[in-house]
Design a protein around this ligand. Structure first.
Ligand code: ADP
Length: 684
């Protein structure tokens, strides 16, 4: 039953010289109300036929039609039922047409009275593209719906439109045959049918021979409608700009709130590229971290629309890309509308292999328009955001699109800096934890190393003071013990001060040409005198005086050698051996080795033995005394002259070797004669 041809099309077949005009919905509402008001104000009994696209539109006007029905009994209202609209003949005739009928897209209002006629026959433009993405703001944009149609006071045209609509009404409500016949007799001349056929025939012959009747309403009314249309157009433009602003704000908010939730730079980039890609609707969107000096970058984060080639995991040129370089210089976004004809890339005179590979890349990745926006934070380049348009025609990016992407990259920059600050904070936390650990170690060492000898000293002194009858031998033992422990305490305090002095960089090195063999002898005699009463292992000194002179601070070298020899003796039984020898590795330095056959070091501890307070047994279980600071001091001394120190061992009970390098005195080596401040020699 439903019709597929619109009333407008039928009318244009009869009047082919008529050109439909575009009307906004708001203009049609105003026109319809004006026509309806004319009926209400006029006299006589006009024929009124109105078709609405939806029942809800009819409802808004139902009250008017009830009033119109009081003026005439020839009122026909058509619409597609939604709630309770149905065929009926109460105050006026209601005609419920099918949802498949072309009337669903039409806005028709025909009035034929004795002294006037008016005809509004329009058809909505379906699926029109407003050429932007901001038009989905339903209610605000409803008035911008557009129709094509005819609006005229021409009686003939109005009669033909009425005729067409009456035919439609009959197909839905055949029982109205008599009433419609009456209407025809009263409002439509008998000639209308004949004329309709003639018109159609004539159109086939030559429609340009037709005279154009006075088809427009009077100029004043016409002018009013033009103003209305212009106002509507302005409103539409304002709405669009508002919608675009709102869209922009919504997109920035959604990107910002997504990326600010994360403190992981990779996640930030991933979220940003997804949100931006979805929001902007580009073909390909890339986000990557980079610095000005990077030659390439590997693409990790991208957004692709359907059918676009992925660049994930691919190496992307930066140094050889003139566009990237220009962005770095501009410190601003760069838009390339037609990448395939850009003179910076497709330059016949300047073409080289780098440009050729970039040209190939553009073709391979189908980039027709290219937008590069730097991610900056206070002028520092953190990364880049790229938008690629891959269609056959260049993209129509507008300034506001670029401003939008710029605003988003600012947010990405802030989020990345925030993540960076968080990572730094975590690093600091780790350092603090390490410091705390060191502090705990220090407390443990102090507790053990200071309290133990102090208690011993206290007991010895108390015994000496309270036991006057004590035998002279025992008195001597008490005194010796107190003295030994005092010495041990002094050593810890001394080592601690030495290390903090070395670590603070306050030591002034007094370097001079020295004979290594003499330094070794001196340190050996120090060790021997310190361990006068212990059974030392067998010490072999293989260092000869034929060696080249070395250029170091002698006092610190003797201190270093003494510490290594002390350790070697401490961790080797009296039956074992300690050897000291020198090798020449290169022309600039000598390598000194202090080796022993003692308890050895586990391979995984060869590096940590140089940490402050490292002791294999832990501070509280130590059998050999010591502070755990000796090797840390050794490393600081060697680093002071730019040398290296390291430990080797085959493992537990397989002995250890400690190696360090000393610089050879070269005739050209300048002698540093800086005097150390008196406080530098706390350990001597
Ligand atoms: P300490 O005063 O405890 O000896 P050091 O810093 O000199 O402190 O040495 C740290 C740790 O390194 C020692 O406690 C020991 O476990 C290990 N160590 C140092 N030298 C040797 C060595 N020659 N043989 C075996 N272990 C050693």
């Amino acid at each position: 039953m439903s019709n597929s041809i619109s009333v407008l099309t039928e009318l244009l077949q009869i009047f082919p010289y008529w050109r439909p005009q575009m009307y906004f919905k708001a203009s049609l509402t105003a026109l319809s109300h004006a026509i309806e008001d004319q009926i209400l104000a006029g006299s006589g009994y006009p024929l009124v036929i109105a078709s609405f696209q939806k029942e809800r539109f009819y409802r808004q006007e139902a009250q008017r039609y009830r009033r119109i029905a009081q003026k005439t009994n020839q009122v026909y209202v058509l619409t597609v039922p939604e709630i309770d609209f149905k065929n009926s003949s109460e105050l006026y005739e209601k005609i419920a047409f099918e949802s498949t009928d072309s009337l669903v897209q039409e806005w028709n209002l025909i009035v034929i009275a004795q002294d006037y006629a008016s005809c509004l026959v329009c058809q909505e433009r379906i699926g029109i593209n407003h050429n932007d993405t901001y038009n989905n703001v339903d209610s605000a944009m409803d008035n911008s719906r557009r129709f094509d149609g005819i609006w005229t006071f021409d009686r003939q045209v109005s009669q033909h439109a009425a005729d067409t609509l009456l035919r439609r009404i009959l197909t839905y409500r055949p029982e109205l045959k008599t009433k419609i016949k009456q209407a025809r007799q009263e409002y439509l001349p008998v000639t209308i049918l004949k004329q309709r056929e003639e018109n159609l025939k004539q159109k086939e012959i030559n429609n340009s021979t037709w005279d154009c009747p006075d088809r427009y309403p009077e100029p004043f009314v016409q002018r009013l409608v033009s103003y209305l249309q212009a106002g509507q157009y302005e409103l539409l433009k304002a709405n669009r700009s508002l919608a675009s602003k709102e869209h922009k704000e919504r997109l920035i908010n959604s990107v910002t709130s997504a990326i600010r939730r994360s403190l992981d730079p990779e996640e930030i980039l991933h979220l940003a590229v997804q949100k931006l890609g979805e929001g902007l609707g580009g073909c390909r969107c890339l986000v990557y971290r980079c610095q000005e000096t990077d030659s390439t970058v590997t693409i990790q984060h991208e957004f692709l629309s359907a059918g676009i080639t992925s660049l994930k995991g691919k190496t992307w040129p930066l140094h050889n890309n003139p566009l990237f370089q220009e962005v770095i210089e501009l410190r601003d976004a760069l838009m390339v509308e037609d990448a395939n004809n850009d003179p910076r890339i497709f330059n016949k005179i300047k073409s080289n292999s780098d440009l050729k590979s970039l040209q190939n890349l553009i073709i391979k990745c189908s980039i027709s328009s290219w937008l590069l926006v730097p991610i900056l934070y206070r002028g520092r380049l953190l990364g880049m955001l790229e938008l690629h348009h891959c269609g056959p025609n260049p993209a129509d990016w507008r300034d506001e699109d670029v401003a939008l992407v710029n605003a988003i990259t600012t947010q990405i920059g802030v989020a990345l800096i925030q993540a960076e600050a968080y990572a730094n904070l975590q690093d600091l936390n780790k350092q603090l934890e390490a410091l705390d650990h060191t502090r705990s170690n220090l407390v443990a060492i102090t507790g053990h190393e200071l309290r133990t000898p102090l208690s011993t000293i206290q007991i010895c002194l108390e015994s000496l003071a309270t036991e006057p009858d004590m035998s002279p031998e025992l008195r001597q033992v008490m005194l010796n013990t107190a003295l030994q422990d005092t010495e041990r305490m002094c050593k810890l305090v001394q080592d601690f001060l030495t290390l903090s002095q070395l670590e603070s960089g306050r030591v002034k090195w007094h370097t001079e040409p020295l004979n290594l063999a003499e330094c070794v002898e001196l340190s050996l005699s120090n060790v021997r005198s310190r361990n006068r009463n212990s059974n030392l292992p067998n010490i072999k000194n293989l260092v000869t005086s034929e060696l080249p002179l070395i250029q170091v601070d002698g006092e610190w070298l003797v201190e270093l050698l003494a510490k290594l020899l002390d350790n070697a003796c401490k961790f080797t039984s009296s039956k074992g051996n300690v050897t000291i020898e020198v090798n020449s590795t290169d022309s600039n330095s000598l390598e000194v080795t202090v080796a022993d056959t003692g308890r050895g070091i586990e391979p995984n501890c060869l590096e940590t033995v140089f940490d402050r307070f490292y002791q294999e047994e832990g501070a509280l279980r130590r059998s050999t005394g010591g502070t755990g600071l000796g090797l840390a001091i050794c490393r600081q001394i060697v680093q002071g002259w730019g040398g290296k120190i390291w430990a080797e061992s085959e493992g537990k009970d397989l002995g250890s070797q400690f190696h360090f390098t000393v610089p050879i005195f070269l005739k050209t080596t300048p002698c540093k004669t800086n005097k150390k401040t008196s406080s530098t020699k706390t350990s001597k």
